[in-house]
Design a protein around this ligand. Sequence first.
Ligand code: NAD
Length: 350
Amino acid sequence: MSGKAIGGAVIGYGGMGNFHSEKMQSVKGVKLIGVYDIDPERNKLAESRGIHAYSSREELLADPRIGLVTVATPNDVHKEIVIDALAAGKAAICEKPVAMDCAELDEMIGAAVRYGKLFTVHQNRRWDEDFLTIRKIIEDGELGNVYRIESRVHGSRGIPSGWREEKEHGGGMVLDWGVHLLDQMLTMMGSRQMISVYASTTHITNDECDDGFTALVTYEGGLEWLVEVGTCNYIEMPRWYAFGDNGSAVIRNWACEGEIVKIHNRGEDDVAPIQAGAGLTRTMAPRNERTVEKFPVVKVESDWAEFYKNVIDVLNGKAESKVTHPQLRRSMKLIEAVFASARKNEVVKF
Ligand code: NAD
């Protein structure tokens, strides 16, 4: 395949299908051949943009020019479409969440092995600059030994309308934003042993699907990760907060505004108590510049096209896939544990 652009197609031409078809038109090494959506109006829209729309999924999968299919449909039909694409001899990229549960994912992995085709998932938020920035701060040891990382996204409009509000289609925020934030955590923690998770979900705007959740994951060595997604938050909390024995860091937003505060003199001789509410405290008295130093956060730049570049390199035999089956299984297992913990109001141990 080396040298020649791989023919690409997208199934499901909604919001993300449009994103993927644009990527296939702009990234070197892949050439968009066409799309298919079950909704004729979406196919008409594609045609109006100069993109060929197939009349059926079967017609698209029978086209020998296509080597790579991206599936960007609602979550409940990922499995059947991915398996059909693999059976038709195409490599498959699936949107996240890859599946509704581990059992579905295992069938998809089984098909990829059986048909000997690449099957990977668009975990694009591994390339988010805010994530790469907090990762660098922590991995460079800026905060010393880290005890807590908090990863949050907050919106205020509830769940977007449509299939995301319905359980049978894989709606809810655990399967929407949760899968991204948990995947970031798992990617960054690598082989560090996860001990347990305790989770709760919110149903403020929707009885059927969670419109937010909190998961507290404990790792060996006393590190806690808090992952929180909210859709009824009119005051946003920082995207990232972390602290270690050498300092604290905050990244407030996707633009990576924030700071790192490092301690250079832990012991202070003359801390005066301050008035705090109805009492006095020395413990909670703020630090001054003599013992701490503030640094701006330096954003790590990244390129969103990296995911597609990796897929193309894999198809040309030049690289290993960055989003692997064991990673997907681990993430799906954790999602099942989050749901189980929330349902039973219990800590789930690994
Ligand atoms: P959407 O509702 O905008 O689009 C889905 C499209 O799929 C619709 O046009 C619908 O008609 C079509 N469709 C439904 N069933 C189909 C079928 N059987 N065959 C062909 N087409 C079918 O939804 P969206 O926001 O584009 O989400 C699609 C997928 O992308 C979901 O899995 C979602 O979780 C994921 N997503 C990922 C990101 C990301 O950052 N990676 C962001 C948003 C959505």
